[in-house]
Write a protein that binds this ligand. Structure first.
Ligand code: DX5
Ligand code: ZN
Length: 229
């Protein structure tokens, strides 16, 4: 994975047809997404349950871009090798998921994946101050994790603060939750470069109408790029 800060759209398959993941992944990639965002939920760290390592391994052959796995689970460490084996390119853990996030991030990199750190809306940017050299991506949650289709919580000040803290390190800022053509420009202007979108990509489309996915992806990307001038 090479690093650049151009705007990337990462559809979350949480909003896809759960009976058709393979075809849905092929459809969003054919329609121009940059990454595939995979939301793993354990029903403990968040009040919802999605899928685990066996499912993520089954998604892998269909993903030709980047498999961006977002772990909304606690604890994390004992599952890192299973997600490496499943083929995750990026593995993101929540700072709030346990007491030793620095060790978790080291273990993710040691397992050969890019290390992501997710911050819930209630967690300040300053909590990541000692982790700037341990991460490849910071995921700023703009909803409380657990569900797609929620209302965007404005975290633009936190995004600006993080972009300042990152400096010229090759670290992505990913926005996750409530991203659509209206909110995308706000976070892009603040310094975010990866935009996760579930409902705003999948709404109105299907594997039989994939062109809607392409229209939705383009609308988000164009709105973000317009804010960058
Ligand atoms: C929420 C997930 C998000 C969510 C995004 O816990 O981490 O990735 O699926 O869905 P939308 O874009 O519909 O808010
Ligand atoms: Zn997510």
């Amino acid at each position: 994975m090479s690093f650049d800060r151009s705007i990337k759209i990462a559809p979350s398959i949480l909003s896809a047809d759960f009976a058709n993941f393979g075809k849905e992944i092929q459809a969003i990639e054919a329609q121009g997404c940059d990454w595939v965002h995979v939301d793993v939920m354990d029903g403990h760290f968040v009040p919802n349950l999605t899928f685990g390592p066996p499912a993520v391994k089954a998604f892998r052959p269909h993903v030709k871009t980047v498999m961006d796995v977002h772990l909304m689970i606690s604890p994390v460490d004992q599952y890192i090798d299973a997600y490496a084996d499943a083929g995750a390119d990026i593995l993101t853990a929540h700072l709030e998921a346990g007491p030793h996030i620095h060790r978790t991030l080291q273990a993710i990199r040691a397992a050969g994946m890019k290390a992501g750190l997710a911050l819930n809306p209630g967690t300040p940017a300053s909590a990541a101050a000692e982790l700037m050299d341990s991460v490849d991506l910071i995921c700023v949650m703009t909803v409380n994790p657990g569900f797609g289709g929620q209302k965007f919580i404005d975290m633009t000040a936190k995004v600006r603060q993080l972009r300042e803290m990152i400096g010229d390190r090759p670290v992505h800022i990913e926005i996750d939750g409530g991203v659509d053509p209206t909110t995308a420009p706000l976070v892009a202007a603040a310094g975010a470069d990866v935009l996760v979108a579930g409902s705003a990509v999948f709404r109105g489309g299907s594997v039989d109408k994939p062109e809607v996915y392409g229209d939705n992806i383009r609308a988000i990307r164009d709105a973000a790029n317009a804010a960058l001038g």
